[in-house]
Design a protein around this ligand. Structure first.
Ligand SMILES: N[C@@H](CCC(=O)N[C@@H](CS)C(=O)NCC(=O)O)C(=O)O
Length: 196
């Protein structure tokens, strides 16, 4: 299996972390999104959306969208709750991450770190929605160890990717003790060094 990914992208790191955690063999193909490498005819033939992560399996099939990829790779693993309802709660968080978290926290980070914008140039609505996402996570994590059930699941992997980098998007994680506790636990479970 080949993972086409950019190591600076949280969406791509989700896939790497799941493979590493589950000891799934893969070859990482570095794609530089800033150089337009997702827009070449060869890449678009694999994923017409022109985005990483994209996975090319040995039989020639391809799969895109980080959460779809990790859900497929982690089937029948400890990262996917066996109980159907708990698995559905995990999916609830996965969809929420893509619609209500990543578009604000990851996009603010992208604009500051990669486009060189200043904090004052960020769209205040994106900042507001990013903080709203962190508020919701804090509320949940104040009374739960992880996001779905009692064990670490793909919901935690997915939400970890950009939450641990939220400060790079200008978000103050000092206001979120439960989120910071959870980041540490999730990083340890994945064998990741603390982000800072
Ligand atoms: N919803 C997608 C988002 C993928 C995405 O936005 N990928 C970015 C990197 S994080 C990308 O490939 N950007 C390059 C481009 O759009 O050309 C996922 O979860 O995989």
């Amino acid at each position: 299996m080949r993972i086409y990914g950019d190591i600076n992208s949280g969406n791509c790191l989700k896939v790497k972390w799941v493979c590493d955690k589950l000891a799934l063999p893969y070859r990482w193909i570095a794609v530089d999104t800033m150089k337009g490498e997702t827009r070449t005819p060869q890449f678009l033939a694999m994923n017409a959306a022109g985005q990483v992560p994209t996975v090319l399996f040995d039989d020639g099939r391809t799969l895109a969208q980080s959460n779809a990829i990790i859900r497929y790779l982690a089937r029948d693993s400890v990262l996917l709750p066996r109980d159907a309802f708990t698995a559905a709660k995990m999916d609830e968080w996965l969809f929420w991450e893509q619609y209500s978290h990543e578009p604000y926290i990851a996009v603010c980070r992208f604009q500051l770190v990669y486009l060189g914008k200043s904090a004052s140039e960020l769209d205040p609505e994106k900042v507001r929605r990013g903080y709203a996402a962190l508020d919701r996570m804090e509320q949940h994590l104040a009374t739960h160890r992880f996001f779905a059930g009692e064990e670490m699941s793909l919901a935690d992997v997915s939400l970890l990717a950009y939450t641990r980098l939220a400060h790079e998007g200008g978000f103050d994680l000092g206001r979120y003790p439960a989120v910071r506790r959870w980041i540490g636990e999730a990083e340890a479970s994945l064998g990741l060094p603390p982000v800072r």
